[in-house]
Design a protein around this ligand. Sequence first.
Ligand code: GTP
Ligand code: MG
Length: 201
Amino acid sequence: MDIKDSRFITSSSAHSQCPPPDLPEFAFIGRSNVGKSSLINMLTARKNLAKVSGKPGKTQLINHFLINNAWYLVDLPGYGWAKVSKSEKQKWGEMIHDYLLERRNLMLIFVLIDIRLPPQPIDMEFINWLGENGIPLALVFTKADKLSHNKNQSSVARFKRQLKKNWEELPPMFVTSSMKIEGRDRVLSYIGDMLENIPPE
Ligand code: GTP
Ligand code: MG
């Protein structure tokens, strides 16, 4: 699958404000600064479709992008941003949890993980919450250009070991670099396969 056309549709501050759930949807989430917006730009081959920033917490709303007039790609605000107040964290939690639990056209959520870091409690907590709620997910390791191939492999292996403590079956995993344009084809063909295999209602 290739992306021929991508268009920003809208930013929503609540699930209830999102576009009608009339097309299949894939969302991207992860800790603030992990590279969600960069990954979306890499996948769509657009420099500035999603806003990238060195400052954590850039994306604060649910951002919908229409891809090939056929499906939505969603940039979600990052979690684990230290500099927000407790009430803002709560607001984030409600917005994201509502969206994930209620959005009926959501096919899959990609959880982004910085490949350089050991498994972070906040990521494990979130992934386990997705599992408990039966929300299909895949993992995308980001910033693979920052480590050697071997270090990337051992980082993924370390993450798998951690997951196996709670999970019998592991989710699909992709190693990517938005800077070096790595992993693009694998992520897109995974999305393409899912789109081709949507059961009729
Ligand atoms: P929030 O919207 O704040 O939650 O952040 P985000 O997850 O959308 O991250 P964003 O894409 O804005 O990237 C954060 C920083 O990481 C920026 O300085 C990017 O240039 C950098 N970055 C993102 N992806 C990569 C990558 O694959 N390689 C390298 N080296 N840097 C990256
Ligand atoms: Mg962002």
